[in-house]
Design a protein around this ligand. Structure first.
Ligand code: ATP
Ligand code: MG
Length: 420
């Protein structure tokens, strides 16, 4: 009986795993260029951080958290998202007492006990960014543009940006009340009726067709925005347009919790079926206060790396990655003395910046040359007893089959030149 990865999880194996590293890098690169600093928080946190920071009424907190007691009886939770931990870290280390906004980005695993299916996993990876401590439409626009640039740098063509505003503490209460009144008149199950009272915006997000059908005439938040929120939203839209980032107004795009304010957005990809969101975010002006901090108006997003990868696959951007070029040079030592010498030579090559590997396990010439072919190397270094005695090595160009003898003392320089 052999072990399997837990349900809802999977392994990234070479050579694909190299591609996913590159995807994470590509999504982060625009953030680095915009002055966002890297932050790393623990993979687990105090359960209460998420209960408050994500919200008891959300699916994440009510159903999806990996919560466990540690040996001292503390309740800990594997992080299901990155924003609450980042806000916690900023407050804990007083970063908000320095220059504002505090701009940070992260890259890491998230854990949610979800119904696993393609694009929806229990362990997945996000690249995220948060800008804390400034209320400025240019900051919302900056983050959205940086997300769009990240996807574009991967050559993704079918990512769409959906945009909405949720209003603020001045105009949202009246909208919330109007929405509740509308929803109470619908034919809904008990759970959904209960949600109307706690978290009515979330009902708009219900994916079931029988619910969606009844929501056609629901009041929209855009029709209830106060003058300030309207002006703010228009400025975000204008900056996006000026940046050449296309978006679609989606008046039904919501985030459920009261501390989410104003700008909200989602990046979706049409090649992914029902798991279409490749990223999402928005402004969360009240979260710091929920976590006992001072008012700290902030905006952020998280992009799903796994779904981004699936989107690339759907657009045919991954190509054929079955034969990767792993190393440039491959050592073929014949005999014990040659093996020791080759071990050192390969180390020297690597230190000189040439990627190199060698045959292990005491293989003979035929087996070792097969390894050289499979390694994708351009050059094989063949070292036998006679070569050793002559202080030389045979350099075989695996593309042309041409073989030359090179003095051992010069081979690192010669190869450095050849692999340029
Ligand atoms: P969805 O509506 O698809 O459940 P979400 O609103 O829960 O997404 P967020 O919490 O905003 O997603 O997370 C940001 C991004 O992380 C999503 O847009 C998605 O790309 C990715 N993501 C979220 N949950 C998962 C998951 N279970 N597996 C893989 N990626 C995920
Ligand atoms: Mg979800």
């Amino acid at each position: 009986m052999s072990f399997q990865a837990p349900k809802g999880t999977f392994d990234w194996l070479p050579p694909r795993s190299e591609r996913v590293l590159a995807v994470r890098e590509a999504l982060a690169a625009p953030l680095r260029r915009a002055g966002y600093g890297y932050i790393e928080t623990p993979v687990f946190e105090d359960t209460q951080l998420f209960a408050r920071g994500v919200g008891e009424s959300t699916d994440i907190v009510s159903k999806e958290m990996y919560t466990f007691p540690d040996k001292a009886g503390r309740s800990l939770t594997l992080r299901p998202e990155g924003t609450a931990p980042v806000v916690r870290a900023v407050l804990q280390h007083n970063l908000h007492n320095g220059q504002l906004p505090v701009k940070v980005w992260y890259s890491g695993s998230q854990f949610r006990y979800e119904r696993s299916q393609k694009g929806r996993y229990r362990h997945f990876w996000q690249v995220g960014a948060e800008a804390l401590g400034a209320e400025d439409p240019a900051l919302d626009a900056e983050l959205i543009v940086l997300g769009a640039r990240g996807f574009a740098s991967l050559d993704l063509k079918q990512v769409r940006l959906l945009l909405n505003s949720l209003g603020d503490k001045n105009c949202r209460p009246a909208y919330r009340a109007a929405l509740q009144e509308f929803l109470r008149g619908l034919d809904l199950d008990d759970d959904t009726r209960a949600r109307i009272e706690i978290n009515p915006l979330r009902v708009l997000d219900d994916k079931r067709p029988e619910v969606q059908a009844q929501l056609a005439g629901a009041p929209l938040v855009v029709d209830h925005l106060c003058a300030d929120c309207r002006a703010y939203h228009e400025e975000v839209r204008a900056l996006l347009t000026a940046s050449g980032v296309t978006f679609e107004d989606d008046p039904r795009l919501v985030r459920g919790l009261d501390y989410y304010t104003r700008t909200t957005f989602e990046f979706v990809h049409d090649g992914l079926g029902s798991q279409s969101a490749v990223g999402g975010g928005g402004r969360y002006d009240g979260l710091s206060e929920m976590l006992d901090g001072p008012p700290l108006p902030s905006v952020g997003w998280a992009l799903g790396v796994d779904r981004t990868f699936l989107a690339m696959e759907a657009e045919g951007l991954l190509g054929d990655d079955t034969a990767p070029r792993r190393v440039q040079v491959y050592g073929v030592p014949l005999g014990d003395d040659a093996r020791r010498r080759m071990f050192l030579l390969v180390d020297e090559l690597r230190e000189a910046g040439v990627s190199a590997d060698l045959a292990f396990g005491g293989k003979g010439l035929k087996g070792a040359m097969k390894g050289a072919d499979r390694s994708g190397a351009r050059f094989a270094l063949i070292l036998g007893e006679r070569d050793l005695a002559a202080e030389a090595v045979q350099v075989k160009d695996l593309a042309t089959a041409e073989q030359t003898e090179v003095p051992l003392a010069q081979v690192v320089d010669v190869l450095k030149e050849k692999v340029q």
